[in-house]
Design a protein around this ligand. Structure first.
Ligand SMILES: [Zn+2]
Length: 277
């Protein structure tokens, strides 16, 4: 019935991405509620997949409290990301609904404005909502007397006592360590998910948000070949990210995820080209 948010054309191409983009059918274990009037459905696989992702590899394993708070942080973060999309979809006249499932979240509507301009704003609104949430958290920590900093540098040079944090290439996110390990791991999870996943989501790889933006921009510039060009860029960037994931980050999960995205973009490209007259 309802079609998925901003990918009608793409899902019509019947390719592996279709599975990636369709909502799972309703199930007995669905959790349903409303936020700001938007219907939200959480498929049981959301909890399962998020839980498995939270099981850190390593000798000592993950403490149950850390696992539970990880699932809670991912739940709130993905919900906020999808709310970012949904608020803009509503602003452009749509009646969206939100689904959280095994592979993340979707903000869907079948009456959204399809114009490139509104689609670009809608796509950007998800990652921006996450960046705002991270900003609010860092501001709240600062107000509570725990210093925080974001810095672009090879090595951070900030005078924060007892620092904790992470780096995304040269982007350093640093905060003064919190008194308990659990509080510190919640802050780490929340800032990492909202900042790092937000940035990855902006890569020009379909069906990530950045891939939707690049498709719209390239189609605006080049109505004839914009989609093909955006698929080629999408596949190449996905291959590069799979290599970075495997070699630099040594993360099998990242390598498999981007490898899969490269493969499905290549499939879509072939399907698209063979369907064209
Ligand atoms: Zn998104």
């Amino acid at each position: 019935m309802g079609s998925v948010a901003f990918c009608n054309l793409w899902s019509a191409l019947a390719n592996p991405l279709y599975m990636f983009l369709t909502e799972p059918p309703p199930s007995q274990g669905d959790l349903r509620f409303r936020v700001f009037g938007f219907p939200v459905r959480v498929h049981p696989f959301f909890w399962l997949v998020t839980g498995i992702m939270g099981l850190r590899s390593g000798g000592e394993g993950t403490a149950p409290a850390e696992l539970l708070t990880w699932v809670g942080v991912v739940f709130v973060s993905i919900l906020v990301h999808e709310l970012g999309h949904a608020v803009m979809q509503r602003r452009y006249g749509g009646h969206p609904w939100i689904t959280l499932y095994g592979l993340g979240g979707l903000a869907s509507c079948d009456d959204c404005d399809r114009s490139s301009y509104s689609q670009i704003i809608i796509s950007l609104a998800g990652p921006i909502a996450g960046f705002l949430l991270a900003g609010v958290l860092m501001a709240a920590m600062s107000l509570a007397g725990h210093q925080t900093a974001i810095q672009w540098a090879e090595r951070p040079d900030v005078a924060i006592p007892d620092p904790s944090g992470f780096a995304l290439y040269r982007l350093w996110v640093i905060w003064e360590q919190l008194p308990t390990p659990l509080a510190n791991s919640i802050v780490f999870d929340a800032l990492f998910v909202n900042i790092a996943w937000g940035i990855i989501n902006l890569l020009p790889i379909y069906p990530l948000d950045g891939g939707r933006v690049s498709r719209e921009l390239l189609t605006l510039k080049n109505p004839r070949n914009g989609i093909v060009l955006s698929l080629q860029i999408s596949a190449i960037v996905a291959i590069l990210m799979a290599i970075v994931g495997a070699v630099v980050w040594q993360s099998l999960y990242t390598a498999i995820m981007f490898g899969y995205l490269a493969y499905s973009n290549y499939q879509t490209l072939q399907a698209y080209q063979s369907n064209r007259w």
